[in-house]
Each structure stands twice: as structure tokens, then as C-alpha cells.
Design a protein around this ligand. Structure first.
Ligand SMILES: *Cc1c(COP(=O)(O)O)cnc(C)c1O
Ligand SMILES: [Zn+2]
Length: 406
């Protein structure tokens, strides 16, 4: 049984068959999955979800697939931690950390890739591909192996070691491009029509992006079926931010949670902050930038969904804020120091934005805030070379130890 109706253009609302297409032929607007919500209503319930698999596939009724052969590594159902020590440090009372760094390939990309791979198989593809800022590379390579598919991974040539090895171990075809992510993405946008491959974040994007809704669903379920008052979400292309919003609203529409009044806040690094800049300048125009930041996994200078992310920030009373490189490192240390979670630089960005908003008095003390940590710290160790304390090296004697204790 499937509730996926078709794909619809976000701009002109023209409808398309749910194939490997992502852009409207008439107006070039992005295509998005559309469902039969009446049919979902007669199928879904809290009890049914709770009895489902311990993965994103417990929300299958809301995902754009038609069969039941999921390509899954048990992604999702990651911890939602009540972060009281972190909250206290920044003067808040009710903060939760959604720790998505413990997914199968150590980032939230496993959610979107599980959905895209499942759909790619349904559509008859034998090769998966992607343009990656880093985390997508590892996820696509892993899921291709599990799906019995070939994979081609395109990355910027300056990627961190942890991401290169974390992808290479799956033995995909990896090609490093002399350029930044936007260059890689441009190349892949030419390749997908020449090679008949499923580029998860290009021609499979309408399916891929729906996987991000599960970060909204899960948080609502883990909070005891309610929407948070505010979320802080990292912004790369802007897709995740729009889909957390969509997920919460779908749950509300189906009566699984009450009214959604969540303020949606986006987080970027100053070194790549086109959406935050547009928000601050009160304009709809997102001016592309050349990224220069340690938060490489969210360094997209020309964000495909930036406009929609901006719109959601504005209409929900949220914001899009940016932080410096120093604040990112401090954010990583703050999270590790208070909650024991080691995040990559993208998580440093969301923690730092949370702190910045709290300290500026822009968050009410009692608000229930969820901050998303979307990738694992072991992937971006280069950024922390000088961030950890110097370690003393001593002789194996009592005296030598006592010596350094003074
Ligand atoms: C890809 C990614 C994001 C967000 O990506 P969007 O393109 O905005 O959906 C956030 N955090 C990490 C660690 C990522 O790898
Ligand atoms: Zn259109």
C-alpha cells in the first residue's frame, strides 16, 4: 500500500508522475512529494507507529515509497537527550539535544539516503550517486552496498580525512573534484542525464529530502507526542530545515500531535551564511557566496532550498543566525563538556547559535527547545587540533606523576 500520490511543483503546482525527476519543466520550481492524506488518516495511529520498526520506517506511511523492501541500516530513532547542564550554562530551562551523530554512518544523512535508495531501487536503478559535502558520501556508499548497487561519489578535493576514509572503506567509486561543493553539484547536474544513475540529492531529491521529515516526527514522538516550542536546525541547502517543519505539520494535520507553533531557527557558519545574511537584511534574495569555514558539511554557497528555509523562519517567528569559527569550536566543547556528546563542526554551529540566541535574550527561559546535532565529531578532527588540552608525557613513576600534580 502506498500513499504517495505524485510529485508537485512547489511554485506552479503542476503535477508529475513520481519518477526520477526533480524540477518543473514549466517554471523550473523544485518538485515535492504529495500524499493522499485522507488515506493516511485511515491507516496511521500513534499505536501503529509505536509498534513499528525502531528506525525511520516506523513513519513509512509518510514516506515516498511504494513497496515494503526498505534499504535500511536501522537509521533513526536516535537519542533525544534532556540537556539540563547545557541549558543551565546558557540560562535556559528546557533544552533537548537530538543526537543524530549516532546513526549507522554517523550523520543524519542515513535518513535521507535510506529513503532515496529504497525509491531508486523501486524505480529500477542499479547505480547510486551523489554530490557530497562529506557526510552524504559515506551514507551513499554504505547504502549502495546494502542495496547491491554500484555507487559513484563526487566530493570536493579538500574534504576531511574522517569523511574520506569513512566513505572509502565501503569501496565505492570516489572522484574528488578540484573545487567546492557548488562546483561538484554543478558537475553532477550535468552527469545525471548522461549516465542513467540515481543521484540521491539531484534527480532523486524529491524522495531524498522527505527522509528529513523523520527528524521532525521523531522529536514529536519522543517528547510524548507534542511539537517543541523552538528548534535550532543546521542549514546547508536548507532542505532539512523545511522538512522538520513539514514533518511536524503533517503530524498535526493527521491529529497525532496538537497545533504546531514551533519557531524554526536555522543555523549557519559565518564563513558560509547566505541564508542568514538574507534573513538579517530582510530580503528574499539569497546571494550565493564562496564558502570558507570549518563547518564543511554545511558549506553550500548556493543553497537550493534557501528561499523556502528563509520563508519558514519568517512565518514561524524563528530566525536564521550565523556564528564565527571560534564560536563553532566553543560550541563543540560546550556540548562535550556538559552533555558528553562529541559533535562535528555542524553540531558546533547549532549549539553556538542556540547559545547566541539565549544570551541575546531571544529565547524565553521556559521554552522547550530542541537543538539538532546532525554529525559525529570523529569526522572533523582536523578542526580540533588545537582545541584539546595539551597532554603531559611522563615516566612511569609515582614521583613523575606527583611532579606534574603540583
Ligand atoms: C547535510 C547536512 C546538513 C543539512 O543539510 P541540508 O542540505 O540543509 O538539508 C546538516 N548537518 C550535517 C552534518 C549535514 O551533513
Ligand atoms: Zn512549476
Amino acid at each position: 500500500m502506498s500513499f504517495l500520490k505524485n510529485l508537485v511543483c512547489k511554485e506552479c503546482k503542476r503535477e508529475y508522475e513520481p519518477g526520477a525527476v526533480y524540477v518543473c519543466e514549466y517554471c523550473f520550481g523544485p518538485l515535492e512529494a504529495q500524499y493522499d492524506y485522507d488515506a493516511i488518516a485511515s491507516s496511521v495511529s500513534r499505536a501503529k507507529i509505536q509498534a513499528g520498526p525502531l528506525s525511520i520506517w516506523r513513519y513509512r506511511d509518510f514516506l515516498p515509497v511504494t513497496g515494503n523492501n526498505y534499504v535500511s541500516l536501522c537509521e533513526g530513532m536516535t537519542p533525544l537527550l534532556k540537556a539540563d547542564r547545557l541549558a543551565k550554562k546558557i540560562g535556559l530551562k528546557n533544552v533537548y539535544v537530538k543526537n543524530d551523530s549516532v546513526n549507522p554512518t554517523f550523520s543524519f544523512k542515513d535518513r535521507v539516503v535510506s529513503v532515496a535508495t529504497t525509491r531508486a531501487k523501486e524505480l529500477g536503478f542499479d547505480t547510486l550517486a551523489c554530490a557530497s559535502t562529506g557526510n552524504l558520501a559515506g551514507a551513499v556508499a554504505a547504502y549502495a552496498n546494502v542495496a547491491g548497487m554500484q555507487s559513484y561519489i563526487f566530493i570536493p578535493s579538500d574534504l576531511e580525512q574522517g569523511k574520506v576514509i569513512g566513505c572509502g572503506i565501503y569501496q565505492p567509486n570516489v572522484i574528488a573534484i578540484k573545487g567546492n561543493y557548488d562546483d561538484v553539484n554543478r558537475l553532477c547536474s550535468e552527469l545525471y542525464s548522461v549516465y542513467k544513475w540515481a543521484f540521491v540529492n539531484i534527480n532523486m531529491r524529491p524522495y531524498y529530502s522527505e527522509g528529513s521529515k523523520t527528524l521532525g516526527f521523531e522529536v514529536a514522538e519522543q517528547l510524548g507526542w507534542r511539537a517543541p516550542d523552538r528548534v535550532v536546525v543546521p542549514v546547508a541547502s536548507g532542505s532539512l530545515m523545511t522538512k522538520v517543519y513539514k514533518g511536524l505539520n503533517e503530524f498535526s494535520r493527521l491529529g497525532l500531535i496538537g497545533k504546531v507553533e514551533t519557531k524554526i531557527c536555522g543555523a549557519q557558519a559565518e564563513g558560509c551564511s547566505p541564508v542568514a545574511t538574507a534573513f538579517r537584511n530582510k530580503t528574499d534574495f539569497i546571494k550565493p557566496v564562496k564558502p570558507n569555514t570549518i563547518a564543511k558539511s554545511i558549506a553550500i554557497g548556493n543553497p537550493a532550498d534557501g528561499y523556502y528555509a528563509l520563508d519558514i523562519a519568517r512565518k514561524t517567528g524563528g530566525c536564521v543566525e550565523a556564528v564565527t569559527e571560534e564560536e563553532i569550536i566553543d560550541g563543540i566543547k560546550l556540548l562535550a563538556g556538559t552533555e558528553g556528546v562529541f559533535t562535528e563542526t555542524a553540531g558546533g554551529v547549532t549549539i553556538a547559535v542556540l547559545k547566541k540566541l539565549a544570551e541575546a535574550g531571544k529565547i524565553d527561559k521556559d521554552e522547550l527547545v530542541v537543538v539538532y546535532v546532525t554529525g559525529n565529531g570523529l569526522k572533523t578532527q582536523e578542526a580540533l587540533m588545537y582545541a584539546i588540552p595539551k597532554i603531559p608525557i611522563i615516566e612511569p613513576t609515582l614521583a613523575a606523576f606527583q611532579n606534574i600534580q603540583e
